[in-house]
Design a protein around this ligand. Structure first.
Ligand SMILES: NC(=O)NC1=NC(=O)NC1=O
Length: 245
């Protein structure tokens, strides 16, 4: 099977980190590829960045479905930008890394905390916990206070801060697991788990395994109801190429 990972920001180095983590966890019969939009924010650190990146996510899925259809797609940003829009435009399963990580964490612990990047993105994870129905199992969404691209540009310091915040969560939150709240943390799982002494759930790897499960079960995105393909209509301006889809 073929799983395609989409990094919604436009930083190729982070796409490579995401891709390598996906390849490392994939089953022997699974081919993992990855891409990022040509246009959009170099990092996603708030509501505005999320909104802009969602267009790039949907464009990438439409491009792949035209050129090299995948059996499943993963949106590899912890805000799950464009998730439902993406599910409208393809038959393949589409998994957001936040939703995947919450499901996996809920299967191995009764209480977990999330450690994400900047404090201003905490509310985004909190909104998703509420939307997906995991608020009662998440004790707290914490921020290591690192800009997203520091994960690429200042990795050692970023790792140190994530471990520090994860240890505070372990000691203060009464939890059994940690969820990593950024696609750029995809290569840090084992190190953090070893240093903190708790199971660590990371969304990219969780998404790949969930995608394998869905495809293996022969399940795809329902085209009945709200996730049916969009109604054909005219789009104007920079989106005119979407007319009549
Ligand atoms: N909370 C986050 O840091 N989300 C993210 N921003 C990105 O650019 N990628 C993420 O996963």
């Amino acid at each position: 099977m073929h799983i395609h990972l989409i990094n919604p920001n436009t930083t190729a180095g982070m796409t490579a980190t995401i891709r390598d983590a996906g390849i490392a966890i994939a089953a022997s019969g699974t081919r993992v590829t990855a891409s990022q939009p040509d246009s959009g924010p170099v990092s996603i650190e708030g509501h505005f960045d999320e909104a802009i990146s969602a267009v790039g996510v949907t464009e990438e899925i439409m491009r792949m479905d035209r050129e090299s259809p995948a059996d499943a797609y993963v949106i590899a940003c912890f805000g799950d930008p464009g998730l439902l829009a993406a599910r409208e435009i393809t038959r393949a399963p589409v998994i957001g890394i936040a939703e995947a990580a919450f499901h996996m964490a809920a299967l191995i612990s009764t209480r977990f905390s999330v450690v994400t990047t900047l404090g201003r993105t905490v509310i985004i994870a909190e909104h998703l916990l509420d939307q997906y129905g995991f608020s009662h199992q998440c004790r707290r969404v914490r921020a290591a206070e690192i800009p997203v691209l520091d994960l690429e540009d200042d990795g050692d310091r970023a790792l140190e801060k994530i471990i520090e915040e994860s240890c505070r969560a372990r000691d203060e939150d009464g939890i059994g697991a940690i969820v990593l709240g950024c696609g750029g943390m995809a290569n840090l799982t084992e190190t953090i788990s070893r240093e903190v002494g708790l199971p660590v759930v990371e969304g990219v790897t969780a998404s790949v395994k969930l995608a394998e499960a869905l495809v293996g079960l022969g399940l795809s995105t329902s085209k009945v109801g709200d996730l049916a393909f969009p109604r054909a209509k005219t789009f104007t301006g920079q989106f005119s190429h979407l007319s009549g889809l």
